[in-house]
Design a protein around this ligand. Structure first.
Ligand code: SF4
Ligand SMILES: [Zn+2]
Length: 120
């Protein structure tokens, strides 16, 4: 008898709310949502069945959730990497966001201004 890979998942018993890809709304506490989502990424990172889970996500066109360490937006598109730190951008409409968090957005802006100042 083959054991279903789902029975070996590290996310078994965790709250479902951890796995929803949070919506990015203007004025929402996005950084808090990002911190929550990173807990999900950390669980996936040590999951022994991540490759089965990733294949399942691709096969079933996963959307609106974090699965196998990837945040899929509401259209099922894997969120892209932050333009500053390379972490995934966690947002349902992540395609519109350039950075993963306010911290990265501020740092990128600071570094750009600094580069321009030094070049002047
Ligand atoms: S990779 Fe993540 S979402 Fe997939 S089974 Fe493991 S813990 Fe759950
Ligand atoms: Zn970032």
């Amino acid at each position: 008898m083959t054991i279903d890979w789902r029975h070996l998942a590290s996310c078994l018993g965790t709250p479902g709310s951890l796995w929803d890809t949070p919506p990015h709304k203007p004025g929402s506490d996005r950084d808090q949502l990002v911190l929550t989502a990173r807990k999900a990424f950390a669980i996936c990172a040590r999951c022994p069945v991540q490759s089965d889970c990733r294949a399942d996500a691709e096969e079933h066109h996963t959307a609106g959730v974090i699965q196998a360490g990837i945040a899929y937006d509401s259209a099922g598109i894997p969120s892209r990497a932050c333009g500053h730190c390379g972490h995934q951008i966690v947002a349902r409409n992540g395609a519109l966001a350039k950075y993963c968090s306010s911290a990265c957005s501020n740092l990128a802006e600071y570094q750009k201004a600094r580069t321009e100042r030094l070049a002047a």
